[in-house]
Design a protein around this ligand. Structure first.
Ligand code: SF4
Length: 352
């Protein structure tokens, strides 16, 4: 591993000043960053440790009923917070479906948003990768690409964003609070990550020194809690990234869909909100035919980027399944295998 300077700032403003220098990365749990440093994918000159800064590890209920989650809150802490799980059960389920228990205990909310793609060529420094080295090419285009993007990709990069957590968050309209050199600003989560276009090396809209300090979920979206699910298809039932995943939330009134929120995961370089399908569902009865029509709309622009046409059909099916389960009602407790469409029996794991 390349040598680096380690900086332990006393405040957020000190951290931002230090991290604005070229060649600097923030260090939180390091569950992704340290792996990347070990294999030489990222080679920072200095790390700015933010793990000890006060005020970043709290889960707050704001006066207007919104939830504000500090960026240093650990994934497991948030998933098992009873009030949060009651208000946003599909977010809790998504967190519990990610990685392993050990990683969930360490990984942070802010780090989860900024984790890097799991494209194998990105991790192999001998491979051409435009995301790792701008302008170097993309070995995934003619390589093993069965798990790559089917939406929003470009010939420069066909990678996907691997987060589970981001999928229900983007569906629910989460807001990211960022502290930077010019003060604090809010960024809607669905504007944080960039599609690859001609510059896949630019993964987010963050500027040098920008520090994610919190994630907010508006009070109004807790009204989806009675009818919401996150489902994830993966190659094994735990400790695996999604092949495709879906977050579906409904408000039902008089036997019809009054409002809905939908998003797909692992289909693009960003968590993918399905706005046109949401619009199409409003006013319809919650039937299998309705959900299949919505899934067709959600995947209408999908195109294989390699040997991955199967992902389009899987994404349709997981969205239909998630909508059906959301319509049936959120389980009082998550299944023993959270987010698994094969183990949806509620009550097997008490977590609240
Ligand atoms: Fe790199 Fe993207 Fe190509 Fe993977 S798909 S090798 S991350 S440019």
């Amino acid at each position: 591993m390349k040598t680096f300077d380690y900086i332990r700032p006393a405040s957020v403003s000190e951290a931002i000043a230090a991290a604005a220098q070229p060649g600097t990365s923030y260090l939180a749990a390091g569950t992704n960053l340290i792996d990347l440093m070990k294999v030489g994918v990222t080679r920072p000159d200095r790390l700015v440790d933010v793990t000890h800064l006060s005020g970043l590890d709290e889960i707050e209920r704001l006066p207007d009923g919104a939830f504000r989650i500090g960026a240093m809150v650990r994934n497991a802490t948030l998933a098992y917070d009873a009030a949060f799980a009651e208000a946003f059960p599909m977010v809790s389920e998504a967190l519990l479906s990610g990685a392993s228990a050990q990683l969930r205990n360490a990984a942070t909310v802010g780090g989860n948003l900024l984790q890097r793609t799991r494209c194998a060529y990105f991790y192999d420094v001998e491979s051409a990768c435009n995301r790792r080295v701008a302008g170097s090419g993309c070995d995934a285009l003619d390589g093993e690409n069965s798990g790559h993007a089917v939406l929003g990709w470009s010939p420069s990069c066909i990678a996907t964003h691997p987060s589970d957590f981001c999928v229900p968050l983007v569906a629910l309209g989460a807001i990211i609070e960022v502290e930077g050199r010019n003060g604090r600003r809010d960024i809607p989560l669905d504007e944080l990550h960039r599609l690859p276009g001609d510059h896949p090396e630019r993964e987010t809209v963050l500027e040098p020194g920008d520090l994610i300090v919190a994630v907010r979920l508006p009070a109004a979206v807790s009204a989806f809690a009675p009818h919401s699910r996150y489902l994830k298809l993966r190659e094994r039932t735990s400790y695996a990234f999604a092949v495709v995943s879906a977050a579906a939330a409904l408000k039902l009134e008089g036997g019809r869909i009054a409002q809905t929120r939908l998003a797909l995961g692992s289909v693009a370089a960003t968590p993918w909100r399905c706005r046109e399908a949401e619009v199409a569902l409003v006013g319809a009865e919650p039937t299998a035919e309705t959900f299949m029509r919505a899934a067709e709309i959600a995947l209408a622009e999908a195109r294989p980027s390699g040997h991955n046409a199967h992902k389009i059909e899987l994404a349709r099916r997981i969205l239909v399944r998630a909508l059906g389960e959301a319509a049936a009602g959120t389980p009082l407790r998550p299944a023993a295998l959270p987010a698994s469409p094969f183990a949806t029996t509620p009550g097997a794991l008490a977590h609240v």
